[in-house]
Ligand binder design. Structure first.
Ligand code: HEC
Length: 203
């Protein structure tokens, strides 16, 4: 058996990542560096300074998050569905977005693989059978790795979710994105509902 025995040999057919590597259990990354704490503090202040527009925020979510996450039924289910996430906890949200690797939930722990033909891959374990391990990368592309071609398979120290996702957003865009994802937010009303609402106001 090759070097990766320790990490994934115990995986049962059709089981997910939970059974693949015990080391990933409740993994907590290195302490959040000061830079990230500073960024979290800045975004917090920015959010307190004004209101966001949920409709604009929905577009920002579609652009920056929906390739991996679902919220209010929109998006992809590569990462956790954020509809049921603890979105009222802004500090938790900010930590998870600014420093994705700080705390990674077991089911979403990424793995790094090296194959015998020299390929280096990273992704979530979508499937593990006695014959093969299927990794799915940040672009939602699946790669089936026959076990006899896997040289190494180890829990990755970093999340599949990239850092600095919010760094291209200006202050108002930050407020819009959080305005859309805030706990009490519903998806922005459809045009029809909005029209009905304004009619009701007039009468
Ligand atoms: C390339 C894929 C990818 C993108 C893009 C991405 N995420 Fe993530 N995200 C993940 C993965 C995978 C996890 C689970 C692992 C982790 O906690 O880092 C995650 C975890 C999270 C969590 C913690 C959820 C939980 O229940 O533990 C939050 C909050 C989050 N992302 C918010 C966002 C927001 C907001 C955006 C857009 C600004 C975003 N993510 C963009 C992949 C992504």
């Amino acid at each position: 058996m090759s070097a990766w025995t320790g990490a994934a040999a115990g995986a049962a057919p059709g089981r997910g990542v939970a059974e693949v590597g015990g080391e990933a259990l409740g993994r907590v990354g290195a302490a959040t560096p000061g830079e990230k704490l500073g960024r979290i503090g800045y975004i917090n202040l920015t959010l307190n300074r004004g209101k966001g527009d949920a409709a604009a925020g929905q577009l920002l979510f579609d652009k920056h998050c929906a390739s991996c996450h679902t919220l209010f039924g929109r998006g992809t289910k590569l990462g956790p569905d954020l509809t049921t996430a603890d979105r009222k906890n802004r500090q938790w949200l900010l930590l998870n977005i600014v420093d994705p690797s700080a705390v990674v939930r077991l089911e979403y722990a990424a793995y790094d693989a090296v194959t015998s033909d020299g390929r280096v891959l990273s992704g979530l374990v979508a499937e593990a059978t006695p014959q093969a391990v299927t990794l799915v990368n940040a672009k939602n592309e699946r790669t089936v790795l026959p076990r006899d071609q896997i040289e190494r398979l180890n829990p990755s120290p970093v999340s599949l979710m990239p850092e600095k996702l919010l760094d291209t957003l200006d202050d108002q865009e930050l407020r819009d994105l959080f305005g859309y994802s805030r706990p009490t937010a519903r998806p922005p009303p459809s045009r029809r509902r909005r029209r009905r609402a304004s009619r009701a106001r007039r009468s």
